[in-house]
Design a protein around this ligand. Structure first.
Ligand code: FES
Length: 162
């Protein structure tokens, strides 16, 4: 057994022990797993199914019901596109479409190369700058559709340099 697999088994065993008698334990364990790995890997879901003696299908039912859970590793750069009211009214849906088209992904997905993840959020707290896109910790305000490609390419270039 690889070291990684052993760690995963130990982590899951301790989570099961911690939550086993509590209500809603499957959801709480999945939350903790996602915090730990950044997503819910298939191997972890399988191991959890075994440890909890719960069918794998039931685990995936819960994961797919809640948008919060992710089945893919997080992207290197997280794009948070604000669809709060102010941003929405100032054209955020157009920006969302532009990003989806350029990166060929939908909301909540990660690009094939793992470089970007696209999340839609409700209000980033800087409505005066609407429409707003945040990439990792950097905020871009009053973004126009024709600026989106340039903004994304800042991160692609960093990737090449690194
Ligand atoms: S609505 Fe977008 S920052 Fe507030």
């Amino acid at each position: 057994m690889t070291e990684e697999k052993k760690n995963m088994q130990q982590e899951i065993a301790s989570l099961v022990e911690k939550w086993k008698d509590k209500e809603g334990n499957l959801i709480m364990i999945l939350h903790e797993l996602q915090n730990y790995f950044g997503y819910v890997p298939r191997a972890a879901a399988l191991e959890l199914s075994r440890a909890l003696q719960t069918p794998l299908a039931r685990i995936y039912e819960v994961i797919t019901f809640y948008n919060f859970f992710k089945l893919e590793p997080p992207g290197k750069h997280i794009i948070s596109l604000c669809l709060g009211t102010a941003c929405y009214l100032k054209g955020a849906p157009v920006l969302l479409n532009e990003i989806k088209t350029l990166l060929n992904i939908e909301e909540g997905q990660t690009t094939k190369d793992g470089l970007f993840q696209l999340d839609v959020v409700r209000c980033l707290g800087c409505c005066g700058l609407a429409p707003v896109i945040k990439i990792d910790e950097k905020v871009y305000g009053k973004v126009q559709k024709n600026q989106v490609m340039g903004i994304l390419s800042e991160y692609s270039e960093h990737q090449k340099e690194g």
